[in-house]
Design a protein around this ligand. Structure first.
Ligand code: ITT
Ligand code: NA
Length: 202
């Protein structure tokens, strides 16, 4: 089954394909990204929630390609910043997708806070929109706290400064399968896999 993942983030694409393969078996779903779709416009991510943004992306992808379409909207919610950067996680420091600048700005904004006030969660909402018009939303969360300096080379985004609850390594120090087992995206995608197993032919 060819399925569109309405994203331009290659690292998200790799994670989603890997998690779906693990949950459904390889070759059940073949994801293509927006870079493989010709003349796809930039969409405003104007929603106030991850769910709204995921639906904006998935609806447009399905409408333009006629393919079953998945979209992930995700981010980091920092308690001391009232849940920000939240839906603004990809562009917190200004330019979209500048992971280094985004992460550094968050560190600067909470620089004075002691460990007990550095709680944060990763949140992921995934939308599935089918050509007939049916829509599904699932989500997942990973709780943890933010370190004072980045550690690790894996993952993407805020992973190097995020220590999950009960973990001794940052998300960027985990091997991919370890991250998937506990991450917001892993949890959401395993829920989604159950739906996919029902709605897409084997
Ligand atoms: P698309 O909208 O094209 O899918 P994007 O990167 O712009 O790609 P989002 O708008 O959902 O995606 O923003 C997600 C941001 O949240 C991402 O750029 C990271 O900064 C952060 N983020 C999401 N998941 C993460 C993860 O697993 N680890 C670290 N940071 C993550
Ligand atoms: Na977003």
């Amino acid at each position: 089954n060819k399925v569109l993942l309405a994203t331009r983030n290659r690292k998200k694409l790799v994670e989603l394909q890997r998690i779906l393969d693990g949950a459904l078996g390889a070759h059940r779903v073949a994801l293509i990204g927006l870079d493989d779709v010709e003349e796809y416009p930039e969409l405003p991510e104007s929603g106030l929630t991850f769910g709204e943004n995921a639906l904006i992306k998935a609806r447009e992808g399905c409408r333009r390609t006629g393919l079953p379409t998945i979209a992930d909207d995700s981010g980091l919610a920092v308690d001391a910043l009232n849940g920000m950067p939240g839906v603004f996680s990809a562009r917190w420091a200004g330019s979209h997708g500048d992971d280094q600048a985004n992460l550094q700005l968050v560190l600067d904004q909470i620089a004075d806070l002691p460990d007990e006030h550095r709680a944060a969660s990763f949140v992921c909402t995934v939308a599935l929109v089918l050509p007939g018009g049916k829509e599904h939303l699932v989500d997942g969360r990973q709780a943890g706290r933010l370190l004072r300096a980045p550690r690790g080379e894996g993952g993407f985004g805020y992973d190097p400064i995020f220590l999950g609850d009960g973990q001794e390594r940052t998300n960027a120090e985990l091997i991919p399968q370890e991250k998937d087992a506990i991450s917001h995206r892993g949890k959401a995608l395993r829920e989604l896999a159950k739906l996919v197993a029902k709605v897409l032919p084997p």
